[in-house]
Design a protein around this ligand. Structure first.
Ligand code: ZN
Length: 497
């Protein structure tokens, strides 16, 4: 039986959460529908909502309830999880001075514009002072939360609770040791993915095919939708999940795979316990876990032969003229093309991890002081040559390519690669539990995999952090072993290396 204090806290958390969903919806609308001349009013609306949302979160009554609940002897397991997370969130909104929050928001806005201009002009020097100030603000922020001694750990923990820079560093070092030579051998293979084989895939056909795929995977369109936007993303909650995509007639796989990726995020949101929305029990378990869900569907499932055994005939039926001369093997190779690129967002799933390791290693050194901002472009070029095997000719396609740092989003990049590791571990665990999984896929049935993920990952909300969740579901520690095994099995076979 829950105490009145707990019931009151939950009601307050749910109200705050409901309030925040209004801002999410306005943010989605800004990307999808907003007339170009209406941006100022939208910015004002969002700023007002952010201020009101902050006030709701920071209400003193929340602090009183937390103190009361924290002094009670051992509450039920779920309650402990909810109170712990609520404390984290409350501390974050109350320990950061309002002046600091305003300064950071203003700086982020200015830094974003400086980054856009610097990227357009290939002029890192004009952006460097903004990045320096972001680092200084980041260290101050960690200090307000009592983490002055380990600011980078604070940011890692914001995205993936329980992890530290050193722990991530050990995992990435182990991955790098085997991944770099593996990529070299794939690239040296005489098997080459075909290029330029996709031409003139009508957007309407792509939309229909994508709808069928995402519905089959289990996305619930009664409480979600997909629209077109400049950048693909997934926002909202399990009660109303908004995904976006973008279509290009000569690159039909782009929209398809980025939409399957977003569908993975959407399936996770739709699988979180809706009744617990706003509390840790209805909340995703962190960015790495979220990314494990998108990557599992995008890569392990949708780039596999079983998936295409079912969908290839449908793809050909939808695009009969465009695929007439295309062999099945070329289609499969194009789906699993490994082509190194300087640009992270264009990278294939094998080399993608190298882009993340690069950013992580530089970011960690920026925080420790080993690397000065002014030396960052040169360090990036060197790391890119060593890891990806390519050296950018300009900073625009090097250190200036990603938006993250311009918004002060530090400790975020590692989540992408941690998600890949977790996805591979979940993949093998799911196959062990459900041996006929690939036969399901070949029949177009993905319900047993989704059911397994619902039970073991989605239904748990934020009861466990990434490390504990991997341990609980797979019986193993988080490690790059499964990812390396998966990459060898799929790409080693395909490229005969
Ligand atoms: Zn994602």
């Amino acid at each position: 039986m829950s105490s009145p204090a707990y019931a009151e806290l939950v009601a307050r958390l749910q109200r705050t959460h409901l309030f925040s969903t209004v801002g999410d919806l306005l943010g989605w609308d800004e990307q999808v529908n907003l007339p170009p001349g209406s941006a100022d009013q939208r910015a004002n609306q969002l700023a007002l909502l952010a201020e009101m949302g902050h006030a709701l979160s920071a209400e003193a009554r929340n602090g009183e309830l937390l103190r009361e609940l924290e002094t009670k002897p051992a509450p039920a397991d779920g309650e402990r999880v909810v109170v712990r997370q609520a404390r984290r969130d409350y501390d974050r909104v109350t320990k950061l001075p309002a002046e600091f929050v305003r300064e950071k928001a203003e700086h982020s806005s200015r830094a974003y514009h400086a980054w856009t201009a610097a990227r357009a002009k290939n002029d890192f020097a004009s952006y460097a002072p903004f990045l320096e100030k972001h680092l200084a603000l980041a260290k101050r922020e960690a200090g307000y939360l009592g983490k002055a001694a380990a600011p980078y750990d604070y940011f890692i923990d914001q995205n993936d609770p329980g992890l530290t820079g050193d722990a991530v560093g050990r995992l990435f070092a182990e991955l790098k040791r085997e991944l770099v030579p593996f990529v070299r051998s794939v690239l040296a293979s005489p098997v080459k993915p075909p290029t330029g084989i996709f031409r003139g895939f009508p957007v309407d056909g792509q939309r229909l095919f994508l709808r069928e795929v995402t519905e089959r995977l289990g996305f619930d369109y009664r409480r979600g939708r997909i629209d077109v936007a400049v950048h693909p993303f997934c926002s909202g909650t399990g009660s109303d999940t908004r995904m976006t995509t973008r279509f290009t007639v000569d690159e039909p796989l782009d929209a398809l795979f980025s939409s399957i990726h977003e569908t993975g995020h959407g399936l996770y949101e739709q699988g979180l316990p809706v009744a617990d929305a706003g509390t840790a029990l209805g909340m995703h378990a962190g960015m790495g876990v979220h990314e494990s869900q998108s990557r599992l569907w995008e890569n392990q499932v949708a780039r596999g032969r079983a998936f295409w055994k079912f969908f290839e005939p449908k793809f050909r039926a939808q695009f009969s003229a465009q695929t007439a001369a295309l062999s099945s093997e070329d289609l499969y190779l194009a789906i699993n093309a490994v082509v190194p690129t300087l640009i992270r967002v264009d990278a294939d799933e094998v080399t993608y991890n190298l882009h993340i390791i690069l950013r992580f290693e530089l970011e960690k050194k920026l925080f420790s002081g080993e690397l000065a901002v002014k030396d960052l472009p040169a360090a990036w070029r060197e790391a890119s040559r060593e890891l990806v095997g390519l050296e950018p000719a300009t900073d625009t396609e090097g250190v200036l390519q990603d938006v993250h740092w311009s918004g002060g989003a530090f400790g975020y990049f590692p989540s992408y690669c941690l998600g890949n590791m977790m996805a591979a571990q979940l993949w093998y665990a799911a196959q062990a539990a459900l041996p006929q999984l690939e036969e399901d896929f070949a029949r177009g049935d993905f319900s047993r995999l989704l059911g397994w993920l619902r039970t073991h990952v989605h239904a748990e909300g934020r009861r466990y952090d990434l490390l504990a969740l991997v341990r609980k579901v797979t019986g193993e520690e988080l490690s790059p072993r499964a990812l390396l095994r998966y990459l060898r099995e799929r790409y080693g076979t395909l490229y005969r290396v």
